[in-house]
Ligand binder design. Structure first.
Ligand code: ZN
Length: 305
């Protein structure tokens, strides 16, 4: 089974970076990721600019990408409500990713609604996306732990997953938003969640906050998950989750999987080049290990550059 990586650095990565990346840097980052082999990219978040100032330029990023001509990738817009879906559709995204936070306290902090209130509005979000002919995925945020409530019972995650699946999204993502999970949690949670969502595709989203992100990614793959979110350089975090740090790094995953004989269809050399370029643009080092250490001695890439 090949591993598909959804690149999330332009959104999850830059949203919480201390630096303010201008539109042209975001556009270049996305184009470089496509050149490195990324085929699905979360490019922007269509949320209130007051809540997330770094994503206020979502429309301009899409404009810049469309001006670059036809792209060999699906551009994903993140939304938390119906206004966001309308904006994302008008801006010309290729797919939508909605968020349902599994715990009420974090849900209020992230999107000013309880989990139940988010679920009540979800049908309209999914309907709006499908009416426009676009696929929509739903991320179950804080599915392994909550920054405010701590432990999140598996039963709660399964119940929310089943409720989301009933609305008929094209895909769902199980997200460790605060990087609290260990591989045993991943192995424990994936089978019952899968059981609760029928034939809806499932992907996973890990943060490396406690140095377990890469181990969790492998555990997810070994539990049958063929699509993982990752962020170039390991950039990222969440402005509404205290202490959350970066996503699992794209180049670190590509190294791990390719050296294990599992294709990712991505060029490790180009990813490392782009990660180092991004670090320069942001003006600080990024946490990814591969871009510090370099590839395997002698340089065997996944896809010759
Ligand atoms: Zn995240």
């Amino acid at each position: 089974m090949a591993l598909n990586i959804v690149e999330v650095s332009p959104r999850d990565g830059l949203q919480n970076d201390p630096a303010d990346a201008p539109v042209q840097v975001k556009v270049e980052l996305i184009l470089r990721c496509i050149a490195a082999g990324a085929r699905r990219i979360e490019v922007a978040s269509f949320v209130s600019p007051k809540a997330v100032p770094k994503m206020a330029d979502a429309e301009q990023v899409l404009e810049g990408l469309r001006a670059a001509g036809p792209l060999d990738a699906s551009l994903i817009g993140l939304v938390v409500n119906e206004r966001g879906v309308r904006r994302a559709l008008a801006a010309g995204v290729d797919e939508v990713n909605a968020v349902v936070v599994v715990t009420d306290t974090f849900s209020r902090a992230n999107q000013s609604t309880t989990t139940e209130q988010t679920l009540a509005a979800l049908g309209d979000l999914i309907g709006a996306s499908h009416s426009a002919g676009l696929p929509i995925s739903v991320t179950l945020s804080a599915a392994f732990g909550c920054p405010f409530e701590g432990e999140v019972p598996l039963g709660r995650v399964v119940d929310v997953a089943a409720a989301v699946a009933a609305f008929g999204p094209d895909e769902m993502a199980l997200a460790d938003t605060i990087g609290a999970a260990v591989p045993a949690d991943v192995r424990e949670r994936i089978p019952p969640v899968r059981g609760a969502i029928g034939d809806v595709a499932l992907r996973a989203h890990f943060h490396d906050t406690r140095n377990t992100g890469v181990a969790n990614a492998l555990a997810a793959y070994e539990s049958g998950i063929g699509t993982l979110d990752a962020s170039l350089g390991g950039a990222g975090g969440c402005p509404f989750a205290p202490g959350a740090t970066g996503n699992v790094a794209t180049e670190d995953l590509v190294y791990l999987f390719e050296r294990s004989g599992i294709t990712t269809r991505m060029s490790l050399d180009r990813l490392i080049d782009t990660s180092r370029w991004l670090s320069g643009e942001l003006g600080h080092p990024l946490p990814a290990m591969l871009s510090r250490a370099g590839p395997f001695p002698g340089g065997r890439s996944a896809m010759p550059a």
